[in-house]
Structures are given as structure tokens and as C-alpha cells.
Design a protein around this ligand. Sequence first.
Ligand SMILES: [Zn+2]
Length: 349
Amino acid sequence: MRATVINAPYDIQVEEVPDAAVRKPTDVVLRVLRACICGSDLWPYRGEVATAPRPGQRIGHEFLGVVEEAGSEVTGFRPGDLAVAPFMYSDGLCDFCREGVQTSCVHGGGWGGFDHDGGQGEAVRVPYADGTLVKLPKDAASDDRVLAALLTLSDVMGTGHHAAVGAEVRAGGTVAVVGDGAVGLCGVLAAKRLGAEQIVILGRHTERTDIARSFGATHVVAQRGDEAVEAVRELTKGHGAHSVIEAVGTEQSMTTAVRITRPGGSIGYVGAPHGSGDGIDLRHLFDRNIALRGGLAPVRQYLPELLADVLSGAIDPSPVFDATLGLDRVADGYRAMNDRTALKVLLAL
Ligand SMILES: [Zn+2]
């Protein structure tokens, strides 16, 4: 089969790799229908990772598809079922899975690398299929927009929702979102879904902030640094937001998030930390009773409730995709996202 490999920084290729196959009785093989490129895929692409990519390294962790083969112990899926995969697999049985932290599953792990198929390929062996996958209605496969919306449940929409949960977004509250990437935009949609009244997005790219407005943002702050902090305070009676979603991960974005949170408020952070965190002013948080909560999103936990809202039409995260390419052009997709000429690239197989 053919799949995307990252042989070295900036070297993305589609190559022949061994066919995905059932190896354990709890596996299924999923034939990929849709996949996409994540902002976090750009870290190895740019070489911004502790271990540089090596030849043959597989990549991609957001995908959905059709079950082609199911192992003998798989009870929830049969060939022909349409299913979406979260960005990590998990057994669904251990203490952490039962407590809703599937990203800490004792048997769990990530896609791609050398031991697993990557999502940006023709097929994927899915370990612990019953714990990992979520079934989708088969008729969704015939609707491109619905497939795109469902694919966001693999990562970005679930991650945006996790940030909103961490930020304790509540009905009638004020929310500020730091970051206008796909996750930040999904954070806006998640905040709106949870009933936030005022939603401020910090971002300078109008094509992105326009999506944010369509997702429910009531205000756009295009300034940066101190000016952005002032602008958010002005919009919130000088107090800051009840809930702040941090969807970037740099020290600067975290500092901004801390400074625009009002006393008693909460920060939900899902931008993977790029720095040590030494720049976070704990005294500032302490004096103002500001909570900091977030991390690697257990999207598997949120998938059923978000899926219901996508299927009912209550939310439609599909506008985060602004380009669709075939697998053959995956390298163009990486280039476009790296150059910021595309927000998020969908791969249609
Ligand atoms: Zn588990």
C-alpha cells in the first residue's frame, strides 16, 4: 500500500510500505477515506522535535475510514463499518480509559513512526479497535462536508473542546481564545456550543478570524502582546475573561493567556508547550485564584457527544479545512501549511 513517510525534515514522500494487516485479535484494518495534516505534524517537518525524523518514518494521526478486516476478538466493528479514529489509540478498559483520560491509557500509543501505520496512508492497523474507534453512520460516507466535519473529531474539534472544558466555559460567560489556528477556531466553536456569551479571538489573519466569527466569536483582537492584553481588558470591563483558551503553546501565548484571565477564572491550555514553562508567573495565578488546566486532549472521551452534535447539524467544524488534496500531493499540503497559505489540509483518498 502507499503511505506518507517523513524521511527527514522537509522531506515528505508517498512511498510503498507493507500492507496494513490484522496482527492481534483486537485489531482492525481501516481503509482510509479521509485524513488530514495537523499543526503538530509541522514540528517534525521543520525538525522542531527532540528526535529528528528518520528514513521510512510514517506520519499522520487524524483519519477516518471503512473497516476492511476485523480481528477475532473485535466485537463492535465488522467489515464495511465507517469509523473515526482519535489521534491516539487506547484499550478502553484500563483505569485511565474508564476515568476519561484515554491519552494516558496504559496500553495506548500514537500512530505512525516505525511500529504503527500512519493516518496519512491508504490503510491503518488499529490496535484495540473496540476501545479506540467510534462508529459513524454509513450514509455519512457519501457527503464530503459531513466527512470533513467528522474528521475534525479525530483531533482538532476534540482538542478545542478539551480547552473549553479546561477553561470551564459556561453559559453566559466571557471567553478569550489565544491562537487562530484550527484548534483555536474549534475552541471558539466549542465555547459557543457550551453557551458562552462573549467570545474574543486573538488573531490577525482575517480569513481565519472570519471563520472564528462564523463559529461564534463576538470580537476580534488583532493586536499582540501588551496591546492585546489591554484590548481584551477593555472588552471585559477591565477584568479579563472568565475562561481563556490557549491554543498555541509558546511562552508568549501562555503569558498573554495568564494576563487576560480575570480573578477566579480558568485557563484551558492545549497548545503543546514549546518552552519550559519557567516564564509562567505562578504568583500572578496564585494571587488571583486563576486555574490552569489542560493538556493532551482525550478526544476519545468527547467523541460520542461531539459526534451527536455534528450529525444533528448543531455544530459544523468543517470550515477549518481550506484545501483538499489527493494523497499524491501530501507534500504540497505540508508546504502550504508550513507557509501558512493553508489553514488545514484535508486529504481525500
Ligand atoms: Zn486504557
